[in-house]
Design a protein around this ligand. Sequence first.
Ligand SMILES: [Zn+2]
Length: 482
Amino acid sequence: MKLALVSAIALPALVSAHGVRDLHHARQQAAAASSPAAASSSAAPATSVAGASSVAGASSAAAATTAPGPSGAVSLTFTLQSTNPSAIPLSQIVSGASSQPTVAATTTFASGTTPTYIPNAPALPNALSLNPANYPTLDKTPDVSSPQVQEWIKAVNASGITIPDISPTVAGGCPANPQAAADSSRCWWTCGGCTDDDDVVQCPDKMTWGLTYDDGPALYTGDLLAYLDSADLKATFFVVGSRAISYPALLQQEYMAQHQIAVHTWSHPQMTTLTNEEIIAELGWSKKIIKDVLGVTPTFWRPPYGDVDNRVRAIAKAMGLQTSIWTRISPTATFDTGDFDIAGGLITSAQVLNNWENIIGNATTIDHGFIVLEHDLFQQTVDIATGYILPDALAHQPPFKIEPIISCLGKPMQDAYIETNDNTSNPIGTGSGSAASASASGGNSGSAASAGKNGAMSAFSAPGSLGAMAFALVSGAGALLL
Ligand SMILES: [Zn+2]
């Protein structure tokens, strides 16, 4: 009973955390529909359908010539090179669909297990001992008056990095903030796609895909991990702190399977709407929960909705985090599949595959690699990734090189974490000096390196009575469906 209660509380929060997404995705859908690649993808050789059409699930994908969307009829023509023989039929990847994950989040790693693929990586903490009571409320911006956040604020102030003195935006995006949107010195990605030289928005090498999944870990992440493992693919997971405390075993599973773990804030807000202190709280707690689960602190982060400006960038940099978004090659071609909105009924799975076709069409024409926005939060997003998008990408000729962002940038995996970062090849994680170190250690004294050795769990040893609560969170995937 206790297990079911925890799961029932956690799930609605996933949806409410994304309630502001409509505006963002209205733009994304329109962008994809008018993408320059639409013409070329619709003219793709029909022969590519033949091989896939004999496979279960592929016929519906290949035959998706017309798929009326929620906002009106949209003519879709696309082909897939290949689909997964066990793909869920597209007609069943819809809003409200629900079934049991085929791979439960059952893998737990003993405290002290050490990842051998990262030189000098610290041992895994005991995830079962995490005490949720020691962390902020799920899916809300954490209290900025807490001692931890106050310490992180001091560290940012002492970092030597200048935080631009510009006001937060108000909710409502570009239309609600005409002055900010027009202010090029703010470099607000949301309104016009402005990027800073430090932003990671693509992979350098042509035909290279920096594979990313956002908003997890969640119920169906295990299914995605199993597919990635079977296909020998590694990805970057942008982790929401509120999900990490709910599914620590899955986060460990991602990390131990050699995927890159990165920060995606605590509660998934539009970061430009927050005060400096709130931004620090969002990033600081996300770094802390990841370190408490994995023993390492990410050096990369992704702003939810790509909502970043120079103020948010500077704070993230002062906290040792490299801003990473996704590829946008023109005002009408952003590499967002739109997969997040299937669950909410705002887009059909056929439209997502049409977006994917546009993306892949553009990806073959640009002279650099690319990064695509996808999610592991919902069953629908995982089903469409494992059933259609990834098999299609893997069958593409010429082949794509598919790898985590850190790898596509030509850096070793140890550069993805403050505790193992090679200073010489990845200065971003250490260049901010004391701020990065202090925030990495979650307020503990000592350098980032020593914090990694000591482990941050000492302050978070859970009383035995709360061990059951932690176990319930870890076991949530199975419990929900029992
Ligand atoms: Zn997100």
